[in-house]
Design a protein around this ligand. Structure first.
Ligand code: USQ
Length: 393
């Protein structure tokens, strides 16, 4: 069985992706140090519903599917831990399952993923930069030294590009200058420390691709929404964790919980901020497509991983309509924007490559919004409204 190693496999994306590849018949190992859970605990923030730790999650998955997912609790910013994963002795010391051989692919999601958290104070800035860049460099060195045939699939972010006043290409742009032409990474200009670490990841990966011939795919993903996948239908305790606070919750997930809690939707500033959104079930398809159609050795491939674009105000209107279908009155408020970002801007990204590889996108529809709202309503008793704008409490 081909082995897939998932770094950050406890995360909102990592865990559903792990189950997806396990269901497809891959041998899957997840590694995580519970960074996100620990920071939520430290900041007194909760998930919408309880989420078991990896030993229980993998046991629940085994019962539900008959498949094993191996796990290790380890800090991958430590290069020794990272390197241990690529040799039998080290792997078997860290992991719950016997060595499955070198992975065909490493999926790198082991990063502090929040823009606001990355600028909460000097410690969270330091944690974000050191964690994200050390994990990436540890991985690149381990692959170069120990398993150069393994492809890397990294979750980058559309936020690397920012909101330029020109169309956003998929990673690369050809520039003509003084009569000569060359191809470069598309200009990047992030609006947070977190997004800047992702730009630095891309630059590090590009250097290792050029210098050592690694095979890397960087998936520029927009904000993800959703709760359920084909695998969570087997047992709702397999759902990914779901933040609705202002640090780790993404905008549509937050609006859904706010609607369920009777909290006016928190549109930051004018609400014209436009992003490319994607349902978590499409994230699974995209990562699968990247693994099934690997980059070549010496290639950095960049795909824009979104399904469609919405402004924040448009999303608020959609959630308001979902509320009225559920018999709930949903108010919308414009709160002072806690972020530094353009609130009205041009936004026209290209996102064709993954669909060319066979991904069938699921645009946001009423049924998806209604199902998410139903889950939030069932868990309404556990929503803590004071964490919705936790920095203002
Ligand atoms: N926003 C609101 N109200 C809220 C929360 C957010 O108006 O209550 C706005 C933000 O100001 C921003 C937009 O919604 O303009 C998106 O915010 P977000 O928190 O959903 O997403 P973001 O901070 O950009 O980060 C998220 C993930 C990150 C991923 C990124 C993709 O946390 O890991 O990389 O989405 S992207 O946005 O394309 O860079």
């Amino acid at each position: 069985m081909a082995h897939i190693l998932i770094l950050g496999g406890d995360g909102y994306i990592g865990w559903p992706v792990a189950m997806h590849f396990s269901a497809l018949g891959y041998s899957v190992t997840v590694v995580d140090n519970y960074l996100r859970r620990e920071q939520c605990r430290r900041l007194n923030l909760d998930f919408l519903y309880p989420v078991p730790l990896l030993p229980q999650r993998t046991a629940l998955w085994r019962t539900a599917s008959g498949q094993n997912i191996g796990y290790a609790i380890a800090d991958l910013a430590d290069p020794e831990n990272m390197r241990a994963l690529f040799c039998q002795e080290g792997y078997e010391k860290l992991c719950s399952t016997p060595w499955p051989g070198q992975p065909v692919a490493v999926l790198h999601f082991a990063e502090q993923p929040s823009a606001p958290f990355s600028q909460l104070d000097y410690r969270t800035t330091d944690l974000t930069v050191t964690n994200n860049l050390r994990v990436t460099t540890s991985l690149l060195c381990a692959i170069r030294d120990l398993s150069p045939e393994t492809q890397i699939v990294h979750i980058g972010t559309m936020g690397e590009y920012g909101t330029p006043n020109i169309d956003i290409e998929e990673g690369w742009i050809e520039i003509e200058h003084k009569g000569r032409k060359d191809k470069f990474l598309f200009p990047r200009q992030a609006s947070s420390v977190y997004h800047t670490t992702k730009i630095m990841d891309t630059d590090l990966m590009w250097f290792f691709v050029r210098a050592y011939g690694l095979a890397v795919t960087d998936l520029m993903q927009g904000p993800v929404y959703g709760i359920d996948t084909a695998e969570t239908a087997l047992d709702s305790r397999l759902r990914p964790f779901f933040n609705y606070d202002d640090q780790f919750g993404t905008v549509l997930n937050r609006f859904i919980v706010q609607a369920a809690a009777g909290y006016p939707l928190t549109v930051y500033g004018k609400g014209g901020q436009t992003r490319g959104f994607i349902n978590i079930i499409d994230t699974l398809q995209c990562v699968e497509a990247a693994v099934r159609h690997p980059a070549n050795a010496g290639e950095l491939r960049v795909f824009n991983q979104i399904t469609e674009t919405f402004s924040v105000a448009e999303l608020a209107a959609l959630v308001r309509q979902a509320g009225s279908r559920a018999g709930i009155e949903v108010a919308v408020q414009h709160v002072p924007n806690p972020r530094t970002e353009a609130e009205e801007h041009y936004y026209n990204p290209v996102y064709r490559a993954l669909q060319d590889l066979g991904v069938k996108p699921h645009p946001l529809d009423d049924a998806t919004l209604d199902k998410m709202l139903a889950v939030a309503l069932r868990n309404r008793h556990s929503i803590r409204p004071e964490t919705i704008m936790s920095q203002q409490r």
